[in-house]
Ligand binder design. Structure first.
Ligand SMILES: Cc1ncc(COP(=O)(O)O)c(C=O)c1O
Length: 365
């Protein structure tokens, strides 16, 4: 049996080191914002090539706290996409701001920079490009638009830790990067976790305070905050796994290459990988017009594919009324959700398994 992602295999791959690291933390008696979180923040900054990393409770909170740190909230607009996890929109809505939904680049399924320019109003404060599936957005164009219009850029890096845009790591390009360590992610915890990266000391300090009620070092407060700390045990696991991330991303890239060279069924189309950039294949997604038929056929063969995403976030009942959008401007977003199918992709997947899955896909009529 194969699944689209398989976090248990990740645990097994590093079982001894993870267990040892958890045990060390348990013995330390220091369970909240201790050495493990500090070490992880330090290593993560190095990994992303940024000055500051602040560990928080989840990727959703990483976006929410970033918006709050930039004083974005009620009355403001934030431009993003809705071909993403609900989390992206959830965070914007929780901040009080209005998500403004724009369409995707057809080839890459990332935010279309041309559509961003057209959506800017007097209320626009920020852009949240989502590096979907592990593929980086067209950041040069996005940063240029942001500069010209004095907007902040919060990169949603939840699916793309380690991805690069012409040599620059995601999370180091915009004003802020927001990461998730949800167990299925390329760098997954065994529970929830998130990180904010930035080169701006003020933003980093503000988030360090707001993840703990607004406390400064002396536990006095200037502004209100919330409780959103990266858990010490999760950090102890992430400290182990970060060491293997580059290698594991490389394995994903090689498996993706193999899928690309092995699948030749004309009913399936690949999503292009941006030239000069490093795609880290959090998910390996194909397009097909017969998605639901093939999903069932593959399930019968023991291949449990995923759908990312079956419904654009702005069409969810609980979200629609908070968003600004024009469906006639979202033709790619609204059509792609019926075509995408996520194949098994995780570093422990074997080449022969990818070949077998590809063969089965090639035999589908
Ligand atoms: C694109 C995207 N943004 C944000 C998030 C939020 O992360 P978390 O689940 O850690 O809150 C996720 C993960 O689910 C995601 O895939």
């Amino acid at each position: 049996m194969f699944f689209a992602s398989y976090p248990f295999a990740q645990f097994q791959a590093h079982k001894k080191e993870i267990n040892d690291s958890i045990s060390k933390t348990l013995k330390s008696g220091n369970y909240v914002l201790g050495d493990q979180v500090k070490d992880f923040e330090h290593s993560f900054s190095k990994f992303c090539n940024v000055k500051y990393s602040v560990g928080v409770n989840s990727g959703t909170d990483a976006i929410l706290l970033s918006l709050k740190a930039l004083n974005i909230g009620s009355g403001d607009e934030v431009i993003t996409v809705s071909h993403t996890a609900l989390a992206t929109l959830s965070a914007i809505i929780s901040s009080g701001a209005k998500p403004v939904i724009v369409d995707l680049e057809k080839d890459f399924l990332t935010i279309d920079p041309h559509k961003i320019s057209r959506a800017i109003t007097k209320k626009t404060r920020a852009i949240i490009p989502v590096h979907i599936y592990g593929q980086v957005c067209d950041m040069n164009k996005i940063m240029k638009i942001a500069r010209e219009n004095k907007l902040y850029v919060i990169e949603d890096c939840a699916q793309a830790v380690g991805a690069e845009y012409f040599g620059k790591k995601v999370g180091s390009i915009g004003h802020v990067g927001a990461f998730s360590f949800y167990p299925t992610k390329n760098l997954g915890a065994i529970g929830d976790g998130g990180m904010v990266t930035t080169n701006n000391k003020q933003i980093a300090n503000k988030i360090s305070r707001s993840r703990q009620f607004g406390w400064d070092k002396n536990r006095s407060t200037l502004e209100h905050g919330q409780s959103s700390r990266l858990d010490e045990l999760q950090a102890s696991i992430l400290n182990v796994k970060l060491k293997y991330l580059e290698l594991e991303n490389k394995k994903r890239i090689n498996l993706a290459k193999l899928y690309r060279s092995s699948i030749n069924n004309p009913e399936f189309q690949f999503i292009k990988s941006r030239e000069g950039c490093k795609h880290v294949y959090h998910l390996f997604v194909l397009k097909t017009k017969k998605r639901d038929l093939y999903l069932n056929k593959l399930k019968k063969e023991g291949i449990y594919c995923g759908i990312h995403y079956a419904l654009p976030a702005h069409k969810h009942n609980g979200y629609q009324k908070f968003c600004k959008f024009k469906n006639s401007n979202l033709s790619i977003t609204n059509s792609i959700c019926n075509q995408v199918i996520t194949l098994p992709m995780y570093p422990e997947l074997k080449s022969r398994e990818v070949k077998k899955i590809s063969q089965i896909i090639n035999s589908l009529l």
